[in-house]
Design a binder for this molecule. Structure first.
Ligand code: ADP
Ligand code: MG
Length: 733
């Protein structure tokens, strides 16, 4: 081959996976299921699919082999396929391709396809036995995402029907035993890893080293952070509070006597519930000034704290100076082309700093990283049993995750890792993260089981690697019946079939479907997108009154959702000038949220076109109606049974739900500012239990709207619905 080709081959041979090539190929040919574990970066994702491809081509099975390799995220599916094509000296679409939602490159000769887990599940929907697929490789199984656990049940079934098909499971950590048992004692191959030594520093060491002093005040330096902190306190999740209390115990009994007095004082001020932006800034400038060259990777929890930190750093004299620092970000809601910038190498003398979520933990490798800063948290979807909805909250990571993060530092030369929490807190972490299937609501999963015609939901889920509690399954089925997605026999209704085509929460899917049917899609796209991003209405604590007043000027109709629609439309109008920054600043709105809503709207719209509910030739949102009652009805249709009654007293009103009795509104709701609401009901998006139950984002609706558009009326169950509403009315009369 060419000089580049030879160089690339040399590089591939230097990877630890290459030494195991023969052992891997032998195991795969002799066993239907093989489990492979090995440190991040050892070559699992890029090499093992290629080994299989090359050996199939060599053994003349080439023409008939077809390998699918799933990735938990879009960015890894795309970037890995690019990398593998490059290694083979090809263009994408020759032997290697990829497919993710709404995007893909694949040619007639493509034998190795990287795709997201969701794509493979969709393929199973139309092709139950994966005809023509010779190998399925499921990557990053240690993450235990809902889709991956689901896929494994389906594949386990399929293997007995397709004895010649091969399944390879790959994991970055050594939790392989569980999978081996699940697949009938399948062999486990471990690729010995190589990383350079990484010097580990915990908070106490960082404070000693940099002389930085924590005060109770300097940690809460961002109102967004303060809000995240308040929310995280309220989590009803059993496991989280278990870890949180383990952390508190660890702190109570910790002994820091060997450290300097200032360090000890600082540690008593440390607040485990917030991320110290000032500390991070201080540490970053310390590294930039005192340490050797090398990129810095900072693990944050999500795009909101990444953006807040970025803004803070840009205001810093050194860190914000583009001639000295290349500041990049990487999180799941960025476009993949933007995410890819993190692989860029900084010019000589410029320090690269990447602020990333845990997507940089295992699936992607940023090669030039020497320093890692780990905030110790990640956003985890958790199941809010109270209102049966998923919520994304920052929570402590597991020991395995912390080790993975540390491992990102030793790839190119000896590295350094800074954990922003004391060692005793690390010791209190759980060994592994709880699998998603055990901590999130199962509604979407139940719909998927039905659409794949996999039989009884509870029987199917009892065959999972780790089965969810029966109660959680029953709650999900009950919810799907109430919203009209399943009928009394647990079969999909017409609505249910549409919802399985829309990869969003059922309540959002319902709004999209009805919005399309009633031709008022444009505002509904904004509502649905708005519910999927961080609250665009900012509430700085020191300007709370102003911010609340500002939000209420967008409201004329007792609806937080419609206030959002107006705010967004104002921004679209103002966007032509400086991306609408000025408009957002004046109105206490987040520009990032507005941009995210804008791009989500397009994504949701094209999903709807795939369902056939909107004209597939139309390029723009065709439902322009802004008829207020229609929008209200669609919102009600989606949010039901999230409903409470409005009871007026002399000068004010109180709110009640059937399950909780009295409930309250967050003060930033437009409905909290009125003393009268001329409607008998509020439908709401989310309930949060603190000391009382609070409702977030509500819209007032009339009796007839609730009667006609709440719940299951659309499938014609008028009687059942009247009965339910009757029960509700009786309860409050
Ligand atoms: P694993 O899946 O075991 O974590 P990968 O197969 O993703 O490992 O990566 C193996 C090695 O290939 C990495 O350590 C890195 O050196 C190199 N590599 C992977 N992706 C890229 C890329 N996009 N650009 C340059 N090098 C890459
Ligand atoms: Mg990998």
């Amino acid at each position: 081959g060419s000089p580049e080709g030879r160089k690339m081959m040399q590089f591939r041979k230097s990877l630890p996976a290459y030494n195991e090539k023969n052992a891997i190929l032998t195991a795969v040919s002799e066993n239907q299921v093989v489990i492979i574990s090995g440190e991040t970066g050892c070559g699992k994702t890029t090499q093992i699919p290629q080994f299989i491809l090359e050996s199939e081509i060599d053994t003349a099975h080439g023409a008939s082999c077809s390998i699918i390799c799933t990735q938990p995220r879009r960015i890894s599916a795309i970037s890995v396929s690019e990398r593998v094509a490059t290694e083979r000296g090809e263009q994408l679409g020759e032997s290697v391709g990829y497919k993710v939602r709404l995007e893909g490159i694949k040619g007639r000769e493509t034998r190795l396809l990287f795709c997201t887990t969701g794509i493979l599940l969709r393929r199973l929907l139309v092709d139950r036995s994966l005809k023509g697929i010779s190998h399925v490789i499921v990557d990053e199984i240690h993450e235990r995402g809902m889709n991956e656990d689901f896929l494994l049940i389906v594949l386990k079934d399929l293997l007995s029907r397709r004895p010649e098909m091969r399944l390879v499971l790959m994991s970055a950590t050594l939790d392989a035993e569980l999978f081996s048992c699940y697949f009938n004692k399948a062999p486990v191959l471990c690729i010995p890893g190589f990383t350079y030594p990484v010097q580990t520093r915990f908070l106490e060491n960082i404070l000693e080293m940099t002389g930085y002093r924590l005060t109770p005040y300097n940690q809460i330096d961002d109102y967004g952070q303060e809000r995240a902190w308040r929310v995280s306190k309220q989590g009803p999740k059993r496991r989280k509070s278990q870890i949180a209390s383990a952390v508190e115990d660890a702190l109570r009994t910790a002994d820091f006597r060997e450290y300097r007095k200032e360090t000890q004082d600082s540690l008593t001020c440390w607040n485990p519930d917030c991320i110290g932006f000032n500390l991070i800034e201080h540490l970053l400038s310390f590294i930039c000034e005192n340490e050797r060259p090398g990129a810095i990777l900072v693990f944050m929890t999500g795009w909101d704290d990444i953006n807040s930190l970025k803004e803070k750093l840009l205001a810093h004299t050194i860190l914000g100076d583009p001639t000295r620092v290349l500041l990049l970000t990487c999180h799941g809601s960025m476009a993949s082309s933007e995410q890819r910038l993190i692989f860029d190498v900084a010019p000589d003398g410029v320090r690269k700093i990447v602020l990333a979520t845990n997507i940089a933990e295992t699936s992607i490798t940023i090669n030039d990283v020497v320093f890692v800063i780990d905030c110790g948290k990640a956003k985890e979807t958790s199941y809010d049993a109270l209102n049966n909805t998923p919520c994304l909250l920052p929570s402590w990571i597991s020991k395995v995750s912390a080790q993975q993060r540390r491992g990102r530092a030793g790839r190119v030369q000896p590295g350094e890792c800074y954990h922003l929490y004391p060692r005793c807190v690390y010791n209190a972490f759980a060994e592994y993260q709880l699998p998603e299937i055990l901590r999130t609501p199962l509604q979407s999963l139940c719909l998927q089981i039905k659409s794949l015609k996999l039989g009884s939901i509870s029987e199917f889920l009892s065959r999972a690697l780790q089965s969810p509690e029966l109660l959680a399954v029953q709650k999900a089925i009950e919810y799907l019946k109430i919203i009209g997605a399943l009928d009394q026999n647990e079969e999909l209704t017409v609505l249910g079939q549409y919802l399985t085509m829309l990869p969003v929460e059922p309540k959002l899917g319902k709004m999209l479907v009805l919005g399309a049917i009633l031709n008022c899609l444009d505002p509904i796209l904004t509502v649905v997108s708005g519910l999927s991003v961080r609250d665009p209405f900012l509430m700085p604590i020191d300007k709370k009154d102003l911010a609340e007043a500002s939000k209420s000027q967008f409201s004329r109709d007792y609806s937080d959702h419609m206030a959002l629609v107006r705010a967004f439309e104002g921004w679209k109008y103002a966007e032509k000038e400086f991306a609408g920054y000025d408009y957002c600043w004046r109105n206490f709105l987040s520009v990032q949220s507005m941009k995210a809503i804008d791009s989500l709207r397009k994504e949701f719209y094209s999903l709807l076109r795939d369902t056939g509910l909107v004209d597939s030739n139309a390029n723009t949102c065709n439902g322009w109606s802004h008829e207020e009652h229609l929008i209200r009805a669609v919102i009600c249709y989606g949010l039901y049974p999230g409903v409470c009654s409005v009871v007026h007293n002399d000068k004010s009103f109180s709110l009640k739900t059937m399950e909780d009795g009295q409930v309250l509104l967050y003060s930033n709701s437009v409905n909290a500012r009125d003393s009268r609401i001329p409607y008998p009901w509020l439908v709401f998006n989310e309930k949060v239990k603190v000391n009382a139950v609070f409702l977030r984002d509500s819209t007032a609706v009339s009796d007839s709207t609730l009667l006609l558009f709440g719940g299951s009326i659309m499938k014609g169950d008028v009687d059942g619905h009247l009965k339910m509403l009757g029960g509700y009315l009786e309860f409050f009369m």
